[in-house]
Design a binder for this molecule. Sequence first.
Ligand code: GLA
Length: 403
Amino acid sequence: MIQRWLGGALLALAVLASPASAQGTGHETLKLDAPKPKLLPTPPMGWNSWNKFACNVSEQLIRQQADAMVASGMQAAGYTYLVIDDCWQKSRDADGNIQPDPERFPSGMKALADYVHGKGLKFGLYSDAGALTCGGRPGSAGHEFQDARQYAKWGVDWLKYDWCYTGPRTPEAAYTIMAKALRASGRDIVLSICEWGNSRPGRWAHPVGHLWRTTGDIWDAWKGKKEWSHGLLDIIDMNADLWAEAAPNGWNDPDMLEVGNGGMTTTEYESHFSIWAMLAAPLIAGNDLSQMSADTRRILTNAEVIRVDQDPLGRQGRRVWREGDLEVWVRTLAGGERAAVLFNRGEQPADMKVTWAQLDLAPRLKAEVLDLWSGRRSRGVSGEYGGQVAPHGVIMVRVTPTP
Ligand code: GLA
């Protein structure tokens, strides 16, 4: 990590010295001529290569994952964007045009985008606001407009834009330049901001990007910290208080899903997916779609949990109660419905409940309660709803007021 920053500072000095670079130094750069395209009325759903494959990306892999996205039922469940993360780039040609790794992507990016589009999916790429990407490939600093034009020509629908080797650049200015470049490219492209929450992007990024990371990288573990990555509980805690900063077309991004990658139990992955839905988080699968266990597929395609994530009101849920290892989360849905999660972070089963007061419902109001993991439906419920929650598990419900 230290190397990332030191290297960043040195490289950024080199970039600043280059006349071709469009640096975010003045007020001018913060003016956006075109409004942000309305591309994500609900949080995006898709797949990204990084969590499972890291730098091991190729056109075969992307075609295989595109095929699997369709064959597995993921596309039918709503997953649309297929994003290649770091390491697809190799170099720039004599005119500065970014070149994909010719060994790994011999058919080129246009052909790959066409293939993905042919499946009814959308195609995404990754770059970085510094001189280099986190994986040491060429970044977009000083090449923003040229790269955006190239992406548009290839048929790119999504750009994840990272923050390694950015030295003294400021996130708001740097991301605004890329937003301008994308809007001038002639193609609607989602801008996925990835500066790890450093500058609290929820406060400035609404006019600029469609989603923004709120933390360092997720780590496929229940809790704890490993270098710049955080386990599930740590990521959840860092996101719990950011609910006011999300809205349709501008979402908090607690990072991609680890469901199916093997570092957590099935129960923990159900909790992961449930809390992401409460956070109105992007649901970007990060596993191998061609090798999914029945449990992984069942979790990622749970239609009722996805329906909470995709609720059209677009209001992020909140943690409203916490005592020791036990938490209650609530989310207001469109049409007066509510979602709730009873979350047991502890090692023992726990009897838990959500009260109508926590849901901001009148105490005597009758409701139908649907348990989203068991499918059990209870009618005529009022005042509270609860049950026994497994260690590291959740009960997640949809509460529908009834006349
Ligand atoms: C950073 C990002 C990750 C991933 C890697 C790629 O760490 O936060 O999501 O894109 O870079 O190198």
